[in-house]
Design a protein around this ligand. Sequence first.
Ligand SMILES: Nc1ncnc2c1ncn2[C@@H]1O[C@H](COP(=O)(O)OP(=O)(O)OP(=O)(O)O)[C@@H](O)[C@H]1O
Length: 348
Amino acid sequence: MKKKILFIINPISGTTSKRVIPEFITHNINHDLFDIDIQMTQGPGDATSLAKAASDRGVDAVVAVGGDGTVNEVARSLVHTRTALGIIPCGSGNGLARHLLIPRDIKKSLGIINDFVIHDLDYCVINDMPFFCTCGMGFDAFVSQKFAEAGKRGPVTYVQKVLEEGLKYKPETYILKDDTGTQSYKAFLITCANASQYGNNAYIAPQASMSDGLMDVVIMEPFNVIEAPQIAIDMFSKTLNKSSRIKTFRTKHLTIHREEPGVIHYDGDPAMTGKDIDVHVEEKGIRIIVNPNGDKRLRSPNLLQSSAADLFNDLSGLHDDLVKQTRRGIALTKLLQKKFGKTINNIK
Ligand SMILES: Nc1ncnc2c1ncn2[C@@H]1O[C@H](COP(=O)(O)OP(=O)(O)OP(=O)(O)O)[C@@H](O)[C@H]1O
């Protein structure tokens, strides 16, 4: 018997027109294996209700044709059901698709749907909001809010926003609690990562896995202007875990307390929360059509990237030591000046 697939297209995702996509899907899907239906969303939230109705009537897979926002809207209706999530990446960031090594070439990503290899993978929940890629608070949530307000789409706008706002952003203090204990951090941002990247190959948690039952918690501590470019380079070279300004650990369940209520993001969409935030993993809670030929080594840094990151972080450590020693030197000089000043005054 043929399997049933519903394709849900978000016409405003990404920067290119989706007009020809229905025809493209109809031409390239394997009609010997699948009966398909294609629907366009009319507005935000539409993908969630369309996917829920499809899952309720026993459709085998719902394919999100869009970016991480569309994937999130579809996937939240499919968790803990038999209906699998498929992705044709057409957004601006495509974080989950990139993590899963699903190509942005529509013909190739349709080939993956035709292969129909399904894995049970993890997803996470922040308060009561499911996310599949990353959630966060601090600077990344602030940027996602600015991005949503800007109303424009595309990576150039996003980078422009990051650069404009990054210079003004003030770190906050967060108290993190998991089964190993409680720790307080002053942080520029905190990300909980189910998958490895924000999108656009910005790897916030290069070693995150969607099949380990754990999330990677990434704490980015405040950094100075000299360190900022290297942090950006590390993010795009998959070597952020080597940075001295990054603390990471893995857990199943985390609570976070911050001084004031504020904005968080889940899969790039902003939302307001109170001072207390709860994040947990739902192990193997969603079925996803994966790329059976994806080369996982592509998620690791190459030798050059890895060595460059090691070298910079050694230099950065040296710089910190020098700063500390200079501070100690200044303090010692002041002390000596005080002592000698007194002695000289006494001699006088
Ligand atoms: N027909 C529609 N008109 C307006 N907005 C829509 C429509 N359908 C869906 N949306 C909203 O569009 C938003 C953006 O979609 P999506 O995240 O898929 O694209 P993107 O932002 O370009 O990609 P990415 O998240 O990968 O950067 C979603 O949050 C969704 O709620």
